[in-house]
Design a protein around this ligand. Structure first.
Ligand SMILES: [Zn+2]
Length: 358
């Protein structure tokens, strides 16, 4: 069997492997969803790394708007690379109120310039600021080259693979190592069967083995299958999608508000990008600096508060002699905890003859 195309993210490893190991040419399509995500990330990084003077703020809302325009542009021109290129090219100018290249089909400004407002931009106003515009155009220009448009045009995505991946993952969790045993094969097979046949695969397997599936087993399978199918229908409705995006933007704005109040909540690799200035002004060094600046007599005074050091006395060595009778005492203690905070709650002692003890 030969594959002519494959769809993937824009990481290089898979592509490099295919180039090395497959003798015939395989063309790569870009996954639209992953492409959208990479665009979002780049816009985000831009908004965090650079502050644009005299420009609109590159807020969550603006980023969402730009990404939405991007996916509309790709979806509405499916299969037509040139049209996709043209559409992506006019996203930024359109947002900045420059409509000369916009298409009459979708640009509402061209249809009715008098009352036009941007639906999803803050206050419905055009964005402004030359620096912001050139930075955004710079990012978008990467997405409308001939090569990218050709790859985007088929509008493939690897979501079905991801879905299968998650079903297999539920049978074969990463925290357990099944890869070394036969169990792995069965687990993957179950995942594939469940994706293709839904939960009916359990009964079918049993029947193939000449075991009659029980009443509860079939009932359960039917119930789960119909639940999966209904979920699928429910999740594909416009209402559901609208609600999902509403909840998502709600969450985003909440996070933004909290971050404004108390700084970054969570970020991958946050330990790596601590700024140097925040390390310098850490409390211990601050404390040390204050001690250095203190006059010597005040320093002495404070030192006197601390008790003088007492060395632990060294035990006197006793030589064992055969002709002397030693009566050894053996202690046993019970404490209420381990560690330095432990207190003795039981104490017992006995001597060598065991006649004296308590
Ligand atoms: Zn326009």
């Amino acid at each position: 069997m030969k594959y002519a195309f494959y769809t993937g993210d824009d990481d290089s490893t898979t592509e490099a492997h295919i180039r090395q190991k497959v003798s015939y040419g395989v063309e790569k399509f870009s996954d639209t969803i992953l492409m959208k995500r990479s665009l979002t990330t780049r816009l985000y990084n831009l908004s965090h790394s650079t502050k644009f003077a005299d420009s609109s703020i590159l807020s969550q809302k603006v980023i969402n708007y730009l990404v939405k325009c991007f996916s509309y542009g790709v979806a509405q021109n499916k299969g037509n690379a040139k049209a996709i290129q043209a559409a992506i090219n006019c996203i930024v100018p359109h947002a900045f109120g420059d409509h000369k290249n916009c298409d009459n089909k979708w640009c509402k400004f061209k249809q009715d310039p008098g009352s036009y407002k941007h639906h999803d931009l803050p206050y419905g106003k055009d964005l402004f600021g030359d620096k912001l515009r050139s930075a955004l155009e710079n990012i978008f220009s990467d997405y409308c080259t001939d090569a990218v448009a050709d790859k985007l045009a088929p509008m493939t995505n690897s979501q079905r693979n991801e879905a299968l991946n998650s079903v297999v993952g539920s049978k074969n969790p990463k925290i357990r190592f099944y890869g070394g045993s036969e169990s792995n094969d069965f687990r993957v097979a179950c995942g594939v069967a469940q994706t293709n046949l839904r939960y009916g695969y359990v009964s079918q397997t049993l029947e193939a083995l000449n075991i009659e599936p029980g009443k509860y087993c079939t009932e359960y399978n039917d119930k789960m299958t119909s639940k999966v199918l209904q979920d699928k229908i429910r999740k594909s409705t416009v209402d559901f999608k609208r609600r999902r995006s509403q909840l998502n933007s709600q969450k985003c704005s909440q996070t933004a508000r909290k971050e404004a109040r108390e700084g970054k909540i969570y970020e991958t690799g946050i330990g790596l990008n601590l700024e140097l200035t925040s390390i310098v002004s850490s409390p211990t060094t601050h404390c040390q600096a204050r001690v250095m600046a203190m006059p010597p007599n005040q320093f002495k005074e404070i030192e006197n508060f601390a008790p003088k050091i007492t060395l632990r006395p060294v035990a006197k060595q006793v030589k064992y002699e055969d002709n002397i009778f030693y009566n050894f005492l053996i202690f046993d203690t019970e404490t209420n905890a381990t560690g330095k905070s432990a207190e003795i709650c039981q104490l017992s002692v006995t001597d060598k003859s065991a006649s004296h003890k308590f």
